[in-house]
Write a protein that binds this ligand. Sequence first.
Ligand SMILES: Cc1cc2nc3c(=O)[nH]c(=O)nc-3n(C[C@H](O)[C@H](O)[C@H](O)COP(=O)(O)OP(=O)(O)OC[C@H]3O[C@@H](n4cnc5c(N)ncnc54)[C@H](O)[C@@H]3O)c2cc1C
Ligand code: SF4
Length: 545
Amino acid sequence: MAREQMHYDVVIIGAGPAGLAAACRLRQLDANVSVCLLEKGAEVGAHIMSGAVFEPRALNELFPDWKSQGAPLDTAVTNEDWRFFTSAEKSIQIPNALLPHTVHNHGNFIISLGKLCQWLAEQATNLGVDIFPGFAAEQVLFRDDGSVGGVITGDMGRAADGSEKPEFVEGIELHGKYTLFCEGARGHLGKSLIAHFNLNEGKDPQHYSIGIKEIWRVPADQHNEGLVMHSLGWPLSETNTSGGGFLYHMNDSQISVGLITDLCYSNTHLSPFDEFQRFKHHPAIAKYLSGGERIAYGARAIVKGGIQSLPQMFFSGGLLLGDDAGTLNFTKIKGSHTAMKSGIIGAEVIVKALSAGRSNDSLSEYETEYKKSWAYEELYEQRNVGPAQQKFGAILGSAYSFIDMTLRGKLPWTLHNKKADHSQLQLASECKKINYPKPDNKLSFDKLSSVYLSNTNHVENQPCHLQLKDPSVPLAINLPKFDEPAQRYCPAGVYEIIEAANGEKKFQINSQNCVHCKTCDIKDPTQNIQWVTPEGGGGPNYSAM
Ligand SMILES: Cc1cc2nc3c(=O)[nH]c(=O)nc-3n(C[C@H](O)[C@H](O)[C@H](O)COP(=O)(O)OP(=O)(O)OC[C@H]3O[C@@H](n4cnc5c(N)ncnc54)[C@H](O)[C@@H]3O)c2cc1C
Ligand code: SF4
């Protein structure tokens, strides 16, 4: 029997800032355009993980009256503190006057991006967008002429062995005249489209970080609403790894604290999760968290390659938008506003195309419009920062970046980083071991109690969504060469090497713990792990990340 089908003018995958902004703009411009939006999280916002200091530029364009409409931008940034952590005990403050203009946060807001997405979803629904949370887009639907014609959602009720359980419901076909892929960093359909249409030809490999974050409720006298703190240096400096920390004082005595570790790190013994746990013990962080209560945990990859790694964003029948393509401005650690802008431009281009009677063709004009926008200008200006860190190391790279950014990216060259993150790991025997301290259960914790706070859940007895191209690789190659790094880079304890009493080793995948951060898909040195969508609605259930 043929699958059930639904037809729309525009099908959007992913209810993040990019997808929601595109959906709203489409209906603002033409209320006759039918739009549906699929979201794999159980509800909008459930899979959204961000910092977040939000730059409202794109929101101002989309909803100039957002304030009176009650958008959840409650906490304005009032104060900034940039620090270099010189050791586990000491730090020096970097004077604000020395900071390049691009990292200043005056006029920005400390928000929960998940809550903002829920608000955007309300606006989209009011505008007439059909939003389907709990539905994962599993496959791209190609038309006979080779163009993208929509997506197929994942089946519900399939057992781990592939058989149909009593509650089985087959996935449906969603057909669109245009399909917008807005899955965020390392979207699995985005990845397949980039390969299928060769969208990254001539580009640098895409680069990523992993951001791990917690939300704390702290004693009132340790809270300073509106204060934004960023750090460079320790603990990542011990392994010459780039990245940095953040600590944002939200409202309601809550603090968002996190560590971003660039996934180009080379020491295979490094564990981003444990780096973050020890980061919280630095006195400059601990003084805010001590005596507080940790209330939420999450992790997510961040796309950071910039314009050198930005794939072609159009193809026959659709667009690749937001972090699915890589529109994030890494120097600012901000991608929500640029993702929204990419979605707004996408909607504008599509409404024109539809009104001209076009469908399923190549929206090549998108590139021209995107390149004219402030979102592209931002990426262009910061283009040398990432490659400079990689080329010259954390200290010299930062010095170079400071000059480049002060000159607003006007130096007449473009640096490149041609080495993919997964290829950077060194052999375990060549790397210095790192002895991470045991968690004290006051400031630092273990992975399992952390995952518990992400409310992660997957329906039991379903096909594993972490697929191994070759099941022998973890034990035959990754273990002897790299001491199987998946045990450490996964922030949710999904991958384990289990040793039986007879000494036999087994690679175990605890897929039910997966928080959908995509790090394994990015960092596995043999590119053997493929993240695919689990049954819709599974995964973390973040309430306000
Ligand atoms: C730790 C951390 C700190 C950050 N700090 C900041 C900050 O301070 N300021 C800032 O502006 N940005 C920050 N960012 C970046 C920002 O969160 C992203 O740039 C932004 O969320 C990108 O928006 P997006 O719509 O492209 O993707 P996302 O926000 O990732 O949204 C994608 C959505 O698509 C859904 N989806 C994915 N695949 C499918 C599928 N196949 N089917 C159905 N649904 C699917 C996902 O569940 C998700 O809801 C931070 C990111 C992290 C991880
Ligand atoms: S299994 Fe992969 S995607 Fe899931 S939490 Fe671990 S590293 Fe992230």
